[in-house]
Design a protein around this ligand. Structure first.
Ligand code: BGC
Ligand code: ZN
Length: 364
């Protein structure tokens, strides 16, 4: 079967590879789930892998099958699989357990191992192919009524984890109820974080580079958020210092700049993966002083486990009730068929107006 692959660490090496079709019995203990791939999304991580900055092939291969944002339909399950059956729509987590205590309790997203295993990113083949098999432990059901948003389940899980982590950490304050949040960046993680926070009743300012009108602003505002562009300092003067900042710009300078505007007792969560070498000057005394006097918190969040996928799918569903038809506007740029891998990469790398590029692998 066909697969879209890259040679990690070699820039612009995207090509079509050939893989054997997997079998349910490839997974031990009757726990295999065979999935026919329907759609696979790509994001900034895939762009960095294509640039040769990130990612590694599985041992014994000189290529890596891309794709960590999966959506498909179950074709066959092993005898010990209970929660999904043939015909169910599903998505799949990205990271596979290593050896740390966190991995052993189902929290591989929190691994303390230096080496991590991620399908389509690091040391494991991804989903950009015709079929895949995985352990039922990593396969999450997507309701048929949400199949038009199924390819957003993975990015949604990442946003969901980041926000859950903040609320979890802020339990240190006993009565934390964020009123004002800044979401920095209006890519998929920024917009999905905007949705999650609006569902929690927070006043959200989604702050990004592009001036209105534009599609990202339209989506953020349809979620009931305010879309702004401009300097964070100026914006915070108008809105008041935010209680929560979700940083998703992909720009580490902005991640640090965010520390200048956070309110007292507030929290920032960083989600950008910045593979470059950028350096920037930071007012360390000012931030140090305000951080201590304001009991502020900065946390990083990566990846997502099974439970975050479930929570994300449930928020996507709730989003359809509160803001019907809005989330699908994120899905701007379909590419039809694995054969169009060059077009997929061209859209991901060049198309400025493409908010979400994804491959329609099969009908279903
Ligand atoms: C993926 C995560 C992954 C991270 C780091 C992100 O693009 O969505 O699942 O953990 O990259 O590799
Ligand atoms: Zn991703």
């Amino acid at each position: 079967m066909k697969a879209i692959a890259v040679k990690p660490r070699n820039p612009n090496s995207v090509h079509l590879a050939e893989l054997a079709k997997p079998k349910v019995s490839d997974v031990p203990n009757g726990r295999g789930v065979l999935v026919k791939v329907l759609k696979v999304g790509v994001d900034a991580t895939d762009r960095e892998i294509n640039e040769g900055l990130y990612g590694n092939p599985p041992p014994g291969y000189d290529f890596l099958v891309m794709g960590h944002e999966s959506f498909g339909i179950v074709e066959e399950v092993g005898p010990n699989v209970r929660h999904v059956k043939p015909g169910d729509y599903v998505t799949c987590t990205v990271r596979r357990p290593g050896g740390s205590i966190f991995d052993r309790i189902g929290h591989s997203d929190m691994t303390s191992d230096e080496t991590y295993f991620e399908r389509g990113i690091n040391l494991l083949h991804g989903y950009m192919t015709e079929h895949f098999v995985d352990d039922a432990e990593f396969v999450i059901r997507v309701p048929a009524a949400l199949k038009h948003l199924g390819v957003l389940a993975e990015p949604m899980s990442v946003a969901e984890k980041a926000i859950q982590q903040v609320y979890e950490a802020q339990r240190r304050l006993q009565v934390w109820e964020p009123k004002v949040a800044f979401v920095l960046g209006s890519g998929q993680i920024g917009l999905l974080s905007t949705l999650i926070l609006r569902l929690r009743g927070v006043e959200v300012y989604t702050i990004a580079r592009g001036a209105k009108p534009n599609l990202k602003a339209e989506i953020a505002e349809a979620y009931g958020a305010n879309y702004l562009n401009g300097s964070l300092g100026e914006i915070a003067k108008q809105t008041g210092a935010p209680d929560l900042i979700v940083e998703a710009t992909g720009n580490s300078a902005i991640a640090f700049e965010a520390m200048n505007v956070l309110g007292r007792d507030g929290a920032i969560v960083w989600t950008s993966i910045t593979g470059g070498q950028r350096k920037t000057e930071v007012p360390t005394d000012k931030i140090n002083l305000e951080w201590v006097l304001g009991n502020k918190l900065l946390l990083g969040s990566v990846n997502a486990n099974f439970r975050h996928f479930e929570a994300g799918i449930s928020d996507l569903a709730q989003g359809e009730i509160f803001y019907p038809g809005v989330t699908q506007k994120i899905l701007t740029t379909p590419v039809n068929g694995l054969d169009n891998y060059r077009e997929m990469m061209r859209q991901l790398v060049e198309a400025k107006e493409a908010l979400k590029v994804y491959v329609n692998v099969a009908e279903g």
